[in-house]
Design a protein around this ligand. Structure first.
Ligand SMILES: [Mg+2]
Length: 245
């Protein structure tokens, strides 16, 4: 029998939540259009993330209160079945973590609702002064370069063939080939380059289909008998958008 996947790493923005959290913050600050253009260019892979991120953060300069406000807003913007899918994986004993080029200061609020402990959030951090004003950002969690997530995954010391990565963006797709499976998530944002690179691709606006991609038949059976049968019913797989007829 094949070995089961043991570690499941999820991207955060547009994967576990239905928005890009920094775009949401930009909207609140009245600079939404400019910032979302920068985000999209880096997530579809047309511009390296390192070329746009510092500029984006200079524009945003979030205060501590603004970062926490956006973090709380993200709690209402979870992908519809994200919490249940994570609960199912955890019941099976999987090691579920978030890996994001975004900021733990923001992610930590939604992560709590998703049942992911702060120490299982691998992300970057914001620095504020004593009054809570923005001072700087630090990418000492996930390097803000095109293959930063691939570098970080390699450094975690995980058994990589038994690791799955799930994400929507170009920096997520960069892990393909260095983990057991990269699953592209197109349920919030469909990016053709990510779909083309992915070992499997989800087009539904929910995460349940990934269960059928990564779990063994005996694991699916166990979930069905232990309260997750409805979740599994919504886990049907659809063909890839780029698949030939
Ligand atoms: Mg994302």
């Amino acid at each position: 029998m094949p070995n089961p996947f043991q570690t499941i790493l999820f991207d955060f923005d547009s994967t576990l939540i239905r928005v890009e959290s920094l775009d949401l913050l930009a909207e609140q600050k009245g600079i939404g259009e400019e910032v979302s253009r920068l985000t999209e260019a880096s997530m579809d892979g047309s511009v390296p993330i390192q070329d746009v991120f510092p500029r984006k953060m200079r524009l945003l300069s979030p205060t501590r209160a603004e970062a926490e406000g956006i973090g709380r807003a993200c709690k209402d913007l979870l992908v519809e079945d994200a919490a249940e899918v994570i609960a199912a994986l955890q019941r099976l004993g999987k090691d579920v973590r978030i890996m994001s080029s975004g900021f733990k200061d923001i992610i930590i609020f939604a992560a709590q609702d998703l049942g992911i402990a702060p120490e299982h959030i691998i992300a970057n951090r914001l620095e504020f002064d004593a009054a809570g004003n923005f001072l700087a950002f630090h990418d000492d969690g996930v390097p803000l370069v095109s293959d930063g997530k691939r570098q970080k995954v390699a450094r975690l010391g995980l058994a990589l063939p038994s690791t799955v990565f799930v994400g929507d963006g170009a920096t997520d797709a960069a892990v393909q080939g260095s983990v057991g499976m990269f699953i592209g998530f197109g349920g919030v944002a469909h990016r053709p380059r990510v779909a083309a690179a992915a070992d499997a691709y989800i087009t539904e606006p929910r995460l349940a289909p990934l269960l059928r991609h990564i779990l063994l038949p005996n694991e699916l059976d166990w979930l069905e008998k232990n309260g997750f049968e409805e979740l599994l019913l919504s886990a049907t797989m659809s063909p890839r958008p780029d698949a030939p007829e």
